[in-house]
Design a protein around this ligand. Structure first.
Ligand code: C2E
Ligand code: MG
Ligand code: MG
Ligand code: MG
Length: 282
């Protein structure tokens, strides 16, 4: 295309760049407005005990109810929110809202329920991050042990920065989980030295469990997690076959469309109420 345009390709690319910048600026403006106008919404996906079928907790996943474009998934705006720093107020809103909701459900069901919140690297690196967590727990009165923070391998990649913060959070009683395990670069020695509670096996490995090698990887991750006394959750479980296979490998919990997609809080409330008696899927 650029070749066809010959001497004009400079202009061509410039116009293209302008468009990209304009789109980004529109999106950034939209995100700022969304915060003020309360257009964000949390969906919740149950995390289920493989053995009993009982819901142990749920992951809060952000959605943007856009006035014109409808429901926007996080992959379409979280990257720009991170780039612009807007993830800091957005992330705080997520944590506050998820903890408020979890507190309501604990009161309703008379049992502890864990809520997992995704944390971006930029959020985690703020010097007041632990203060923000403390404040949210105080205002919502949710026990610290009911809040789990999902960290990515990119966060723990810098142990000198991450470890003191993780230790502080552990002292507060907050649970820590390593999300998307297997897709990043974290080494086994990291797993040993970090104060983690949960390991989440990425959907990629669960998808390919019919492959002998991937099946072996999943088996190894689970047995390693078990020996390190980590709670292990399989992400993106869609079929009974996958669940059966995970049960055979002594996986603790699973999360995926097989049990439920992420749903609005009203829908999760119904699922929670129906789940009080344990009913295994397999
Ligand atoms: P994640 O934390 O790994 O979340 C799991 C994603 O897998 C969710 O996508 C969920 O809907 C999807 N999923 C769960 N089970 C299945 C399944 O059985 N099949 C398939 N195909 N997908 C499944 P979602 O909600 O679109 O979120 C995507 C990513 O966006 C999340 O990945 C997380 O990295 C990020 N994210 C979501 N909410 C937040 C947030 O509040 N803050 C931050 N910083 N990131 C968030
Ligand atoms: Mg997650
Ligand atoms: Mg994940
Ligand atoms: Mg993922």
């Amino acid at each position: 295309r650029a070749k066809e345009l010959g001497k004009n390709n400079y202009q061509f690319f410039t116009k293209d760049m302008n468009e990209i910048i304009a789109n980004k600026m529109n999106l950034e403006l939209g995100l700022r407005k969304a915060l003020i106008n309360e257009e964000f919404e949390l969906y919740y996906q149950p995390q289920v005990d493989v053995g009993t079928g009982k819901i142990k907790g749920m992951e809060a996943l952000i959605r943007w109810q856009h006035p014109e474009h409808g429901l926007v998934p996080p992959n379409q705006f979280i990257p720009l929110a991170e780039e612009t720093g807007l993830i800091i107020p957005i992330g705080k809103w997520v944590m506050q809202t998820a903890c408020e909701q979890a507190k309501k459900w604990e009161v309703m069901l008379h049992r502890p329920l864990r809520v997992s919140v995704n944390i971006s690297a930029l959020q985690f690196q703020q010097t007041d991050f632990t203060e923000v967590v403390k404040e949210v727990l105080e205002t919502t009165k949710l026990p610290a042990s009911s809040l789990e923070l999902e960290l990515t391998e990119s966060i723990v990649q810098d142990p000198e920065q991450a470890l003191p913060v993780m230790n502080q959070l552990k002292e507060m009683g907050v649970l820590l989980s390593l999300d998307d395990f297997g897709t990043g670069y974290s080494s086994l020695s990291y797993l040993r030295s970090f104060p983690l509670d949960t390991l989440k096996i990425d959907k990629l490995f669960i998808d390919n469990m019919n492959d002998v090698k991937d099946d072996a990887i999943v088996r190894t991750i689970i047995s390693m997690a078990n020996s390190l006394e980590l709670n292990v959750i399989a992400e993106g479980v869609e079929t009974v076959d996958q669940l059966t296979s995970l049960a055979g490998k002594a996986c603790d919990e699973y999360q995926g469309y097989l049990f439920s997609k992420p749903v609005p809080h009203q829908d999760l409330e119904k699922i929670l109420q129906a789940n009080t008696s344990t009913m295994p899927v397999i």
